[in-house]
Write a protein that binds this ligand. Structure first.
Ligand SMILES: [Ca+2]
Ligand SMILES: [Ca+2]
Length: 343
């Protein structure tokens, strides 16, 4: 019912550059491991995990209750550091109040911009609903140029169309960017993983407490690489803070931005493709949105070096055609609970 009032907010969207930021929007640990059961698991030579002994079964029913109850568990999927995400239930999406707040804030960010904010895009964050992912693993960081290059060298992945940073050794540990969704899917498959679903990504970022940002409910400038004073997007530059980077930063440069499971840069640095095709909420993995052949826009999550506090929120859904590429579009990998084993 409240949406009726929100829909009244009709904003003009002018032709949008293919490669800018989302307001344009296409239409543009600590703490005890709680009551976790002790478990033993086999050790693989190539894929091992470190951390407290916990029940790593995919549907373990005894798990953390709050974000603070969980102590990160790390593992390795080939060349990729991974963190474990225990099974649990969380509230996906934003409340009506949060959506209304974002819609109200957006026009101010576009003050002076050559196009208007499409505030209606934030409506896709609702309605809030409960989702209960099974356990899985997710990349501790975005996939880097060095990691992606191994797939290119093996002949299994296409290089980025724009190789400016991909070919520069100084950027080896920065996130690979200029990657379209099919290539992100291809790399994830090559390493034996997948892209996280939209629900998995948001759960790993916000956790059981449903935080707005990976670290909590308040935007904190020192916890991410966003559109700070160095940023070249003039109309929403935050001139009050220097985060050190105009473009991407080496992955993991902001340990204070870690999510509850220890995933880094889930807000900012590079946008991250997820597996899901865009569909309205509630999220339902069985309704076709996880069909790799489904047509429609796909989803990027988490914001990037050229976005504001508003689109760095973990609930924000940036929808684009799967073939779109841009300087800020990267990804991280996910894997089934069984894909990485504990020591
Ligand atoms: Ca920055
Ligand atoms: Ca990111």
């Amino acid at each position: 019912m409240k949406y009726i009032l929100l829909v009244v907010l009709v904003l003009v969207v002018i032709a949008l550059p293919a490669c800018s930021s989302p307001g344009e929007l296409d239409t543009s640990l600590t703490g005890p491991p709680n009551a976790l059961e002790q478990a033993t698991a086999e050790v693989s030579d190539e894929q091992t995990a470190t951390g407290p002994a916990v029940d790593l079964s995919p549907t373990a029913t005894v798990g953390p209750v709050t974000n603070a109850d969980w102590q990160p568990v790390t593992g390795q999927l080939g060349d990729l550091p991974m963190v474990y995400v225990p099974a649990g239930c969380f509230t996906m999406g934003s409340s009506e109040e949060q959506i209304a707040s974002a819609m109200q804030a957006c026009p101010a960010l576009y003050s002076g911009a050559p196009f208007a904010c499409d505030a209606s895009a934030y409506q896709a964050e609702g309605p809030q609903h409960e989702v209960c992912p099974d356990a899985f693993w997710i990349g501790q960081t975005e996939v880097t140029n060095r990691q992606y290059a191994a797939c290119v060298e093996a002949g299994a992945c296409a290089p980025p169309i724009d190789r400016t940073y991909f070919d520069d050794p100084a950027y080896a540990d920065h996130p690979v960017i200029q990657i379209p969704w099919p290539d992100a899917m291809g790399y994830a498959d090559w390493v034996g993983g997948s892209l996280p679903t939209e629900a998995q990504w948001e759960y790993a970022a916000r956790g059981l407490d449903g935080w707005v940002y990976p670290w909590g409910d308040t935007f904190e400038k020192d916890r991410l690489n966003y559109c700070d004073v160095n940023c070249d997007v003039y109309f929403w530059v935050d001139s009050t803070y220097d985060d050190g980077y105009a473009l991407t930063a080496p992955v993991g440069s902001y340990p204070g931005g870690a999510s509850w499971v220890g995933a880094l840069d889930m807000s900012g640095n590079a946008w991250e493709w997820v597996s899901s095709v865009f569909r309205e909420y509630p999220y339902d993995a069985a309704d076709g949105r996880e069909d790799p052949g489904a047509s429609g826009d796909h989803i990027l999550r988490g914001g990037a070096f050229d976005i504001s506090y508003l689109d760095a929120r973990a609930a924000f859904r940036y929808r684009l055609a799967p073939g779109d590429i841009c300087r800020g579009y990267g990804f991280r990998v996910a894997a089934d609970a069984e894909a990485v084993t504990a020591p």
